[in-house]
Each structure stands twice: as C-alpha cells, then as structure tokens.
Design a protein around this ligand. Structure first.
Ligand SMILES: Cc1ncc(C[n+]2csc(CCOP(=O)(O)OP(=O)(O)O)c2C)c(N)n1
Ligand SMILES: [Mg+2]
Length: 329
C-alpha cells in the first residue's frame, strides 16, 4: 500500500490509469487461464507464466510508438498481449491448434507477429539479445526512427553474447533499449547466488551505455523511464539499459517445484508491491472509478479470456499436411 500512496501524487490521467489497469489485468487473467489449461493437459511442453511482471511490458508499451519493435525470451505471453496481438491466436498457439499464431506448430515460446512488430519468443537464454541488435540495425540502416525493445532476464544478463551485443550496439549507436527484467531468479537460482553485482543497470558502463534502475512493479515509473530511454535512442545517441526490479509470482515454468524460496517471500511481494493492486488503489483513491466499475472491468476481461480459451479449444489440431509447410530446406 505504501507504493500506491507514493504514486497517488502522480498526475497520470484517469484514462491512462484505466488503460494500464485493463492491460495488466488482461495479462494476469490470461496467464491464470493458461495455467488452468496446462493443468487440464490442454497445453503441452513448457509454459512460463509472466504473473507479477505485468507493469514492465504495459509501461514500456505506453512509451512506445507505432512501428517500434520488441523481442523477448520464452516468458513471452505478456509481451504479445501488450503489443496488441489477439488473445485468441495466442491461446490457440499455446494449445497447439490451427488457429494459433504459428498454426499450432510453435507453442508458447515460438510466436511472431510482423504486423505488431513482435519478433518472438526465444527459448535459448539470451539468444534474442543479438537478434534484437539486428532488428535495431535494420531500422538504423533504413533511417526510419524506430526503436527496438530487447527484453531479457537477470540470468541472461550474465551471458557472454549480451556483452558482445552491448559492444556492437554502442559502437554503431543502435536505437535499442535493453530491458533487463530482474525478477530475482533464474530458474531455481536466486540472483544473489549467481550474480557478482546486484545492480545490473551498471553493466553497460564499460561500453559507454547509460543505464537506470526502475521499480518494475510501478507502471508509471516504467513508462517514465521508457520515455526517457526511447528519446535517447531516437536522438541518435545509441542504446540504453533499463533494469526493471520486478518479481515473478509463479514458478519458473509450470513444472517448477518451488523449493528455492518461501511462500512468505512471494506473499510479501503480492501484499506490498503488486502492480495491478497499486493502480487499483490509485483509481479508487483518486475517485476515478468505483469498486463496482472495477469489478465490471474484471468481468469484461474474464469474458475476453474465456472467449480466447473457447476459441482455442474449438480450433482443430493442425492437419498432417502442415508437417511440410514453413520449412527451409
Ligand atoms: C543457453 C541456455 N542455457 C540454459 C537454458 C535453461 N534455462 C531456461 S530459462 C533459464 C533461466 C533464465 O533466467 P532469467 O534470464 O532470469 O529469465 P526468467 O526465466 O527469470 O524470466 C535457464 C537456465 C536455456 N534455455 N538456454
Ligand atoms: Mg529471472
């Protein structure tokens, strides 16, 4: 609640707050539904939920402009929804159905939408970082003023390819924002056990890349930091690092035994820092919405998510002919 009181001083408009509330709630309810479908055996393979981290993508999307690109890891459903991809197509892909973004052949970690400038979905830790530099290079080459948001985790931040990318991005002044989603864990390993310095935003210093730590549970703080970073890139000054201090509530993936942290630790974050609860408080305190109006929004979002789940379940599995499509030989 302390965080909400602090935010109450901000002058974000009622419309913007309501939009953030809706967008974060859509991700949360979608992920809860995905968790249920996984439990029912309707989603196979890996499934990494984004619950807890919603303010990061919603805040940054609010700072983005049409045509800006985004690329991320396997914890990607929130990024897809925030970029405007259709929940029906995402859910159908999770369940391996023909109506999915990859015709049911990709699953949770392999979806793309060139229309929404979303470039995946990458299962290899850190692999999206150099690819993000390639996207940013293409925009620089075309002189089109676009920016690429390249998301990766605290665990990925210890990988060599990240620093090779920092070097090239700084050398060529690529218009890209490196977004480190520091949710404090890489699978079952606390960043305290794996990471030499807690402040990942300083990791670009050797390359001359400015960085900033952001409360990744506060959507307004995320948006403000995002705007600053994007302006830096559009001014031709090269890359920028944003370290989002965030937290994931669920396990690493659906098959995580969660023995590496206590329930109390998770509950404490939920009780004191929850990004959706923070905006809810702000809406109520500012008398921008009543409890009933917020309940109505929740109902509406649940309807969207249920419709996505129904669409997925009704969509057929891909036909055998699809085995021979979309293949490079
Ligand atoms: C190159 C590579 N090494 C190991 C793995 C197994 N693995 C999958 S996710 C993960 C942890 C990454 O954590 P982090 O970057 O913090 O992202 P988060 O899952 O917290 O979003 C690991 C080690 C992998 N997929 N790819
Ligand atoms: Mg992590």
């Amino acid at each position: 609640m302390a965080a909400a009181k602090k935010q109450a001083k901000s002058n974000t408009s009622k419309e913007d707050l309501l939009a953030y509330y809706r967008e974060m709630l859509l991700i949360r309810r979608f992920e809860e539904k995905a968790g249920q479908l996984y439990g029912m055996g309707l989603i196979g393979g890996f499934c990494h939920l984004y619950i807890g981290q919603e303010a990061v993508v919603v805040g940054l999307e609010a700072a983005a402009e049409e045509g800006d690109k985004r690329i991320t890891s396997y914890r990607d459903h929130g990024h897809m929804l925030a970029s405007g991809m259709d929940p029906k197509g995402v859910m159908a892909e999770l369940t391996g159905r023909e109506g999915g973004y990859s015709k049911g052949k990709g699953g949770s970690m392999h979806m793309f939408s060139t229309e929404k400038h979303f470039y995946g979905g990458h299962g290899i830790v850190g692999a999206q970082v150099p690819i993000g530099a390639g996207l940013a290079f293409s925009d620089k080459y075309r002189e089109n003023d676009r920016v690429t948001f390249t998301y990766f985790g605290d665990g990925a931040a210890n990988q060599g390819q990240v620093y090779e990318t920092f070097n090239m991005a700084a050398l060529w002044k690529l218009p890209m924002v490196f977004v480190i989603e520091n949710n404090q864990y890489a699978m079952g390993t606390s960043s305290k056990r794996s990471t030499s310095t807690p402040d990942l935003y300083t990791r670009g210093e050797a390359f001359g890349i400015p960085g900033e730590a952001v409360d990744g549970m506060d959507v307004q703080a995320v948006k403000a930091a995002g705007e600053k970073a994007v302006a830096h890139c559009r001014d031709g000054k090269g890359p920028y690092i944003l370290e989002m201090k965030t937290y994931r509530y669920r396990g690493h993936s659906m098959s995580d035994p969660a023995k590496y942290r206590t329930r109390e630790e998770v509950q404490k974050v939920r009780d004191t820092r929850d990004p959706i609860e923070n905006v809810r408080e702000l809406l109520l305190q500012g008398k921008h919405a009543s409890e009933d109006e917020l309940k109505e929004i929740d109902k509406e979002i649940k309807g969207v998510v249920n419709a996505a789940a129904d669409f997925a379940r009704e969509s057929p599995e891909p036909s055998l002919d699809e085995l021979w499509t979309d293949i490079y030989a």
